[in-house]
Design a protein around this ligand. Sequence first.
Ligand code: C5P
Length: 211
Amino acid sequence: MTAPLTIAIDGPAASGKGTIARRVAEKYALRHLDTGLLYRAVAVLCAAEGIPLADAAATGARANRLDPGDLERPGLRSAAAGRGASVVAAHPPVRAALLDWQRDFAMLAPGAVLDGRDIGTVVLPEARAKLFVTAEPDVRAARRWRELSKDRDIAYRTVLQDIEDRDARDAARSDAPMRQAGDAALLDTTQMSIEAAVTEAIRLIEGQLAA
Ligand code: C5P
């Protein structure tokens, strides 16, 4: 039996990593997991059930009981869910609870593309290909603002502040901080359209798979 093909795509919010991961998964006929959704679901469930997001043990226990159906909950993509996710994601019991889930998903044939913050460093250190996708914060904020302002009135400055706060929390936590794996290729999408970014991502991955 051939080993599952695993591809790790990490990077900060609105870098383009989600779209890139989806398109890479289509190209190689792999399954795709947006791992941010797991942290978002834990935060939204805890908030709904009155579990304080600052309580590492209680949020970790809730993460242990996460059900696949929880990833379908409405509201997971909201800015508030993203903020809550980055709070619970700093708790080691939450990260430990979600680790096996992510690895089990990746290891099922034929393999998978996982996108997140610590896929290449912690979840799948042996991934066959790894990318770290980034872009300047103001460009990421403008992308996110264009998306969010379709549905509601929101100031660009609020979105930028949110992205900067989240980047800082994700990079500063002691357990699995967001960082580029030593063997990941860096893809800066600041000046790229999403189509150009997908093309470049596939070119980088092809190079790694051929190596
Ligand atoms: O990617 P997304 O914006 O949905 O992620 C929400 C939050 O979940 C991130 O800001 C980060 O704190 C956390 N996260 C993480 N590790 C991952 C994926 C997401 O810590 N692999």
